[in-house]
Design a protein around this ligand. Structure first.
Ligand SMILES: Cc1cc2nc3c(=O)[nH]c(=O)nc-3n(C[C@H](O)[C@H](O)[C@H](O)COP(=O)(O)OP(=O)(O)OC[C@H]3O[C@@H](n4cnc5c(N)ncnc54)[C@H](O)[C@@H]3O)c2cc1C
Length: 503
């Protein structure tokens, strides 16, 4: 049996790597066990025949020096070695009759453009763009800067004071979904297009406003080299700090003695002991498999009973022998007649190219990805059978045929294609239903995000949880903060001053 570590961490996703880095900074000897042979978890990319397909980051908060979350990435060594691309236009939405909505990040430009499309909607447009201007000054890391469990009355008062200028906007736009807001528009194209402005129609409007605000502040860039490179920079920081990572090392069981976690057992039956165990992987699997459902209460059962929304994605990645650089980098095409994909009629297809990062494709060629929300159960029912791969091919063919309409000749230019279903995400990262961010951020789950989810289990000592299943809505910076905060709590338990140092 290996020597006892101070902290064992399950999972080398961003939350696990972050927890590991801060553990090392604070003098704890840590070990990370990761089922995959790579770091990053969902924050990943894959290499195929000269193309790099990104599977994660569209924008990452904290890429702008001196802005919210930047110091986090400095501590984790992620910004010093990487460059970031900032877009002035978030995306375009194109209607079936050729109408185009350019989603400018700059609120003044956006307001002007929307009013040009629909003068009668000027009041709604101005209110939205004013919201974006307001959120340009909002620090989204405010509630993450210290673990909630350690917040004193003084801390809450400080946070309250800092949030005061934004309370009205938060109250106004937090409880309204994009879908609801779009329904108020008079212009039919805007009514159809606006639900697709951001990742999903049920996202609270204030989340989309904050995104545009951070994009306009140049604090939501894309890391050149793609998501895996970002994760590898943090992995390197962890190794430099003296951390140990074991790859292809899937944890089968959290070992418990008495009422305390004491280590883990891997699928190869090797056991590793530690004074503390942090799970930085799928919450459901942790609670109901690794711990056999023995440390639960009604609240935990309710969280994992499937009633909360999740987001599963189908991504078709294409290596194309054509230069897409002159095209807008992200276009959502609204369709006049639906396309049947994975059992559902879809009225929109999102298409993105990555020519803004020349390292991802050979010269003159492009990476193009098509993204769709899809139902996990559709894929799960055929997984492991011949039909599964046949279905992957068929859905890709249907989509590519439809894309020919928008990009004539595309089909002939495709050199490589890759299909990732929710089962792919589940297989590679263990996430329940291949969920991209844990529970989806909607106006109903927003309060959960603000309160946070308990990071300890009833009746089990020395065991902690971090990552996207404890921070609804997930996202790379929030899960990194989750790892940071947990080490802060552990330092507090040990009466140690928490230390964070820049790499
Ligand atoms: C398509 C897509 C787009 C996204 N876009 C963005 C974006 O633009 N900006 C943004 O900020 N966020 C984005 N996200 C969300 C973000 O990637 C996630 O919220 C975040 O990376 C989750 O990190 P995590 O550490 O909590 O979990 P994970 O990334 O799931 O990491 C968990 C790790 O644990 C490992 N593991 C699981 N089970 C075991 C086990 N039994 N033993 C050992 N190891 C195990 C997994 O292999 C994995 O490496 C996106 C996600 C997806 C999928």
């Amino acid at each position: 049996m290996a020597a006892t570590a101070d902290i064992i961490i399950i999972g080398a996703g961003i939350s696990g790597l972050a927890a590991g880095c801060y553990a090392q900074m604070n003098g704890y000897r840590s070990q990370i066990f990761e089922l995959h042979n790579l770091p990053g978890g969902l924050c990943t990319a894959w290499y195929r025949q000269g193309y790099v397909f990104d599977g994660c980051i569209h924008y990452i908060f904290g890429s702008g020096p001196g802005q919210p979350f930047y110091s986090l990435w400095e501590e984790l060594g992620a910004v010093q070695t990487l460059e970031f691309v900032n877009h002035r236009e978030f995306m375009q939405i194109r209607g079936p009759s050729g109408e185009t909505l350019q989603v400018h990040c700059n609120p003044d430009q956006l307001a002007q453009h929307l009013k040009d499309i629909s003068p009668p909607d000027a009041r709604l447009i101005e209110a939205f763009c004013q919201g974006v201007r307001t959120f340009k000054g909002f620090d989204l890391s405010l509630l993450q800067q210290k673990p909630k469990a350690l917040m004193t009355l003084g801390d809450w008062a400080r946070v309250g004071r800092q949030m005061l200028p934004f309370v009205r906007s938060l109250g106004q736009w937090g409880p309204v979904s994009l879908r609801e807001w779009a329904a108020q528009f008079q212009h039919p194209f805007l009514r159809a297009a606006i639900p697709h402005l951001f990742a999903w129609p049920d996202v609270p409007v204030m989340v989309g406003m904050s995104l545009l605000a951070y994009l306009d502040n140049q604090n939501a860039g894309f890391p050149l080299g793609a998501s895996l490179k970002f994760a590898q920079a943090i992995e390197q920081r962890y190794l430099d700090l003296g951390g140990e990572i074991y790859y292809s090392a899937q944890v089968e069981r959290v070992l418990v003695e008495g009422d305390r976690a004491v280590g883990v057992r891997l699928y190869n039956n090797q056991e590793y002991r530690a004074r503390r165990v942090i799970s930085a992987c799928d919450g459901r699997r942790t609670i109901f498999d690794l711990l056999r459902g023995q440390y639960v209460n009604p609240r935990i059962h309710r969280l994992y009973d499937g009633h909360l929304p999740m987001h599963s994605q189908l991504q078709i990645s294409l290596g194309v022998n054509r230069d897409f650089a002159a095209e807008p980098h992200w276009v959502t095409h609204l369709l006049d007649r639906p396309v049947l994909i994975a059992g559902e009629d879809r009225y929109e297809i999102g298409v993105k190219h990555y020519c803004f990062d020349p390292s991802l494709a050979p010269p003159g060629k492009s990476v193009v990805i098509v993204m769709l929300t899809t139902t996990y159960s559709y894929w799960q029912q055929i997984y492991g059978r011949r039909e599964y791969h046949a279905e992957e091919i068929q859905e890709a063919d249907i989509l590519i045929d439809r894309l020919e309409q928008f990009y004539p000749g595309l089909k002939a230019d495709i050199e490589y294609r890759d299909v990732a279903t929710p089962l792919s995400y589940e297989r590679y990262t263990g996430n329940w239903q291949g969920a991209s961010c844990g529970w989806l951020l909607t106006k109903d789950t927003l309060p959960l995000m603000i309160q946070g989810i308990p990071k300890r289990l009833p009746g089990l000592g020395n065991f902690y949880m971090v990552g996207q299943w404890t921070e609804p809505g997930g996202s790379v910076p929030i899960v990194a903060m989750s790892g940071r905060n947990m080490i802060q709590e552990i330092c507090h338990e040990d009466h140690k001053k928490f230390v964070a140092i820049t790499g």
